[in-house]
Ligand binder design. Structure first.
Ligand code: NAG
Ligand code: CA
Length: 224
């Protein structure tokens, strides 16, 4: 086989899972409750995280608790988890510890969420629809572990699995971005307003590596 043909066949045999796609203007739809349907987000994160900001949009009419973003590392459950306890209550877990922030919100309604955490102070913030909730603190001095499995649609109790139907997400998620720094309040407002000038370092909705598993469909974003 000549060299070119060899590389063409190597590239053609790479799993489609590692294709990067621009999902601007689109969402993942999780159309039914299950303990299987999910999306794996793939990122190369080889160093522990001292700071991060995560932003995304979600729309769900579930009234029970559910997972919005589940990040586990090997042998450590709930390393970084965004969990909706009930209407108006958002929890952030870091290294198994948990803080909850509260906001008045209509149900059901689309939401834009940013959350960030800074190791040096332990301060965690939620921003819901561009509005800052009361700051909380947890795991001061900790570092979030590297080489994660990141799952949308399900809550992991193991590394990439251990799903529970009663914590699954049913609804739509889009515009997900993650940075390895704490964005300023001004930057968070830019993100909320849809500015794409801040290059995400960990997860980028406009160049997303992912694989869908089970019944997950990509559709246009029609509610934001
Ligand atoms: C994390 O943020 C703090 C300031 O809040 C900074 O001093 C530190 O260097 C940052 N760490 C990394 C790895 O960027
Ligand atoms: Ca868990």
């Amino acid at each position: 086989m000549d060299k070119l043909l060899f590389w063409v066949s190597v590239l053609a045999s790479l799993p489609e899972a590692f294709a990067q796609r621009d999902l601007s203007g689109q969402v993942f739809v999780f159309p039914r409750e299950s303990s299987t349907d999910h999306v794996n987000l793939i990122t190369k994160l080889e160093e522990p995280l001292q700071n991060f900001t995560l932003c995304f949009r979600a729309y769900s009419d579930l009234s029970r608790a559910y997972s919005l973003f589940s990040y586990n590392i090997q042998n450590k459950d709930n390393e970084l988890l965004i969990f909706k306890d009930r209407t108006g209550e958002y929890s952030l877990y870091i290294g198994k510890s948990k803080v909850t922030a509260r906001v008045t919100e209509a149900f059901p309604s689309p939401v834009h969420i940013c959350t960030n955490w800074e190791s040096s102070t332990g301060i965690a913030e939620f921003w819901v629809n561009g509005k800052p909730l009361v700051k909380k603190g947890l795991k001061r001095g900790y570092s979030v572990g590297a080489n994660p499995r990141i799952v949308l649609g399900q809550e992991q109790d193991s590394y990439g699995g251990g799903f529970d139907k009663a914590q699954s997400f049913v609804g739509e998620i889009g515009d997900l971005y993650m940075w390895d720094s704490v964005l300023s309040p001004q930057e968070i407002l830019f993100v909320y307003q849809g500015s794409s000038s801040l290059k995400p370092t960990i997860l980028d909705w406009q160049a997303l590596d992912y694989e869908t598993k089970g019944y997950v469909v990509i559709k246009p974003l029609v509610w934001a």
